[in-house]
Design a protein around this ligand. Sequence first.
Ligand code: MRU
Length: 309
Amino acid sequence: MKTMFWEDNQLKLINQTKLPDEVSYFNCLTYQDVILAIKTMIVRGAPAIGVAAAFGIALADLAGENLELAAQEIKNARPTAINLFWAVDRVMASNSPLDEAKEMYREDIETNMAIGKYGLTVIDENDTILTHCNAGALACVDYGTALGVIRAAHEKGKNINVICDETRPLGQGARLSIWEMQEENIPVKLIVDSAAGYLMQQGQIDKVIIGADRIAKGGVANKIGSLMVALAAKRFNVPFYVAAPKSTFDTKISIYDVEIEERNSEEVLYYGQCRITSEKTKVINPAFDIVPSDLITGIITENGIIKPL
Ligand code: MRU
């Protein structure tokens, strides 16, 4: 199942806010629909928002709209994942936005399969692998980056177990990664985010693999909570890998210059529909954090495994 597809001049997105209870689609007829989908996390994950943005430009082009304006508005949808900016710039530089978007869609799957192939080499028989957030098929067009490595290991017949952090506040681990693993019959268990350190201390985690929203000089920006996992992994000598395509690299800047998205308070005040604290509670809700390079064992890309920048 693909996270998105192009049909009848529309971009059709699996509505990830409804998973795992309901598999339904959100149809984008205009580039403004794509912006709404990105902002509200109907589509999320760095490579997925990049490809969706590319189709957003294609929709604007088909409607004869001002492409420069559309490009700027789409880039403003979310600030941290560089794939969004990379994709918009690439489509804008092409002669045919729709053809370019379709090419990026195709490449995304190929790239993730290559990441899986290289990532496979760090997975041992009987490994228990911890992952954070969802860097799976749902965060891409298909197959996934971190979960792509896990998929590749499973497809090769390796006996592996997966542990997913629930990933508060929006539960991408609990709702999305668990669902993907269950669909593939990959053995998986859910933990609350704060259990990761304890499990590593107990020797119950062999590897950590996460995705990335941006890789720059000095480290990796990824879902909030990644830093705490990386710190615990270093303390307990658990190898910590990041799996990401080259389109997630921003080689010229320092990771500390990347804008970290701050999302709305409701995400923290509520768990699903249920308010978990008093109405007047003030909230800090950064969506991402920064894992410094010295905590990262290696970055698994479509061209091989490299050292962090
Ligand atoms: O806020 P989200 O759900 O878009 O955050 C997603 C992540 O942090 C993923 O780990 C990252 O984008 C890599 S996806 C292959």
